[in-house]
Design a protein around this ligand. Structure first.
Ligand code: GLU
Length: 485
């Protein structure tokens, strides 16, 4: 196919996989799938000090967990590999040699002090600091001589003067940059490693990337990349710079706002389908009202034209709402799998219980299903089954136990309950009516004291279900602990 769209996600493996990175990956993935194009993942690891294998593994694992699978790239290969920049150094060198031979790039032997002084002088004059071009015209003999002496050098690209560098960005519209602001910048550092701006251009061009969809923070790199496209004789791709993600306070999303990495959300017990759906809405709006969109629906509906220019706001309430929706689709076993690590972590459940009380655990988390929006919330919700130490949750709850009829209700309930031969929600339920009738109070005055006495809470799962799950000893102990029985 001649005009097949080829997009890429090119993370630098230098830390946790940020939600913003996942959003960039997702938008690339969606547009590739929407157009039956190719989605490529490659690793930008030329920052050797900060790049780690652990981070690379985290990113790949998180992408797979989110079902953002790539057609070509790292680990799976393809026609344009290798897909890790440190494995492409020879390739970059071939192009650097070519640029040098064509006089489009040059050796620069200026030392750090000289460059720093230049920069300070320019700043003092109120100018944008840029390289003055000292080594641009060095005679060939001098260069050869310096190289022979083993002087350290960098390689710079010749940036043309007085040129308008422009892109028609799908998100930001027509954007122009003045080449005079740039100067001859470094493309290969003194340790021989090429810089990001250079590698990214070569990779995108050689991998035949048609659209570069990435975070807005890279917009400022684009003019340098355009200079390189021109020097190398490649046609630049189409760009789409997607806006930042802000926290609810409209400040750039950071650790202060809570969890910021995909792993953190996974560890909190969010579902990949929910994160996928939520990320799809971070900066993109569907045409219809419905915001619960499956992977297939997002693929079908996604278009770069509907990506917003304004920053996206990370609304945790919305994520929770979406996650709650997807949790409804889990069967009891899956729900338990999601919740269990959290119950184990706080010591409510041990390995033995996992084996011997599997059915009870399943029934218990199912009872809490409507009261949790993500896995970790099960700890708070399940407290009622695991600890006898609690107080009425607030003054209102405490007042329930001070009602004149509360003691009679609890006493009668204890008696009726202890007389039950089989304890299930179905056998417990009729007791409430019976007590209501016998003592002559409204339903509320039966349910509430029992609920507060047994759980400390005013609200929660159905009382008959709680009681059936709690088991005889806990129920009796707690009734006694209320001091009313
Ligand atoms: N490696 C860059 C990053 O992780 C991506 C650069 C790009 O997409 O051009 O931010």
């Amino acid at each position: 196919m001649a005009n097949k769209i080829r997009v890429r996600f090119a993370p630098s493996p230098t830390g946790p996989f940020h939600i913003g990175g996942a959003r960039s990956a997702l938008f690339n993935y969606l547009i590739a799938k929407h157009t039956q194009g190719d989605f490529i993942v490659r690793i930008e690891d030329t920052d050797r000090k900060r790049s780690t294998k652990e981070s690379e593994d985290n990113i790949k694992e998180a992408l797979r967990w989110l079902h953002i699978n790539w057609d070509e790239g790292i680990d799976i290969g393809g026609d344009y590999g290798p897909y890790r920049q440190t494995e492409r150094l020879d390739l970059y060198k071939q192009y650097t040699d070519k640029l040098l031979a064509e006089g489009k790039a040059y050796y620069c032997f200026c030392d750090t002090e000289t460059l720093e002084k230049q920069k300070q002088d320019q700043l003092a004059k109120g100018e944008t600091p840029k390289y003055e071009g000292t080594c641009r015209q060095l005679p060939k003999e001098t260069i050869d001589q310096y190289l022979k002496e083993g002087r350290p050098y960098v390689i710079r690209i010749k940036t043309p003067c007085n040129e308008i560098l422009a892109i028609d960005d799908i998100v930001r519209g027509h954007v122009e940059f003045d080449s005079n602001q740039i100067g001859d910048f470094v493309i290969v550092k003194s340790d021989g490693i090429p810089v990001y701006n250079y590698c990214v251009v070569l990779d995108d061009a050689l991998m035949k990337i048609t659209h570069v969809i990435r975070a807005e923070e890279h917009l400022s790199n684009t003019p340098r990349q355009l200079v390189l496209y021109h020097a190398l004789g490649f046609t630049p791709p189409t760009f789409a710079h997607v806006s930042l993600i802000l926290g609810a306070d409209k400040k750039k999303m950071s650790k202060r706002h809570g969890a910021t990495s995909v792993q953190q959300y996974r560890d909190l017990g969010y579902l990949p389908e929910a994160i996928f759906n939520f990320l799809g809405l971070l900066g993109w709006t569907p045409e219809g009202e419905n915001e619960i969109l499956s992977q297939q629906e997002l693929i079908q509906q996604f278009s770069l034209e509907r990506v917003a220019k304004n920053p996206a706001v990370f609304d945790i309430e919305k994520l929770n709402w979406i996650n709650f929706h997807y949790m409804k689709g889990l069967d009891e076993e899956q729900l338990l799998t999601l919740c269990l690590p959290h119950l184990q972590k706080v010591g409510y459940v041990n390995d033995d219980m996992v084996k011997t009380q599997h059915d009870w655990l399943k029934a218990m988390v199912s009872a809490l299903r409507n009261h949790i929006q993500f896995g970790a919330q099960v700890v708070e919700a399940a407290r009622i089954f695991f600890t006898d130490e609690y107080e009425p949750e607030n003054e209102e709850a405490a007042a329930v136990l001070r009602e004149p009829s509360a003691a009679d209700v609890l006493r009668m309930f204890k008696k009726e309950y202890t007389d039950l031969e089989v304890i299930t929600a179905d056998t417990v339920r009729p007791l409430f009516k019976k007590i209501q009738k016998e003592i002559g109070v409204k339903g509320k005055f039966v349910y509430m004291p029992i609920r507060v006495a047994l759980t400390g809470n005013m609200h929660g799962p159905d009382l008959d279900v709680i009681i059936s799950l709690m088991g005889h000893d806990k129920v009796v102990t707690r009734l006694m602990n209320s001091g009313l029985v």
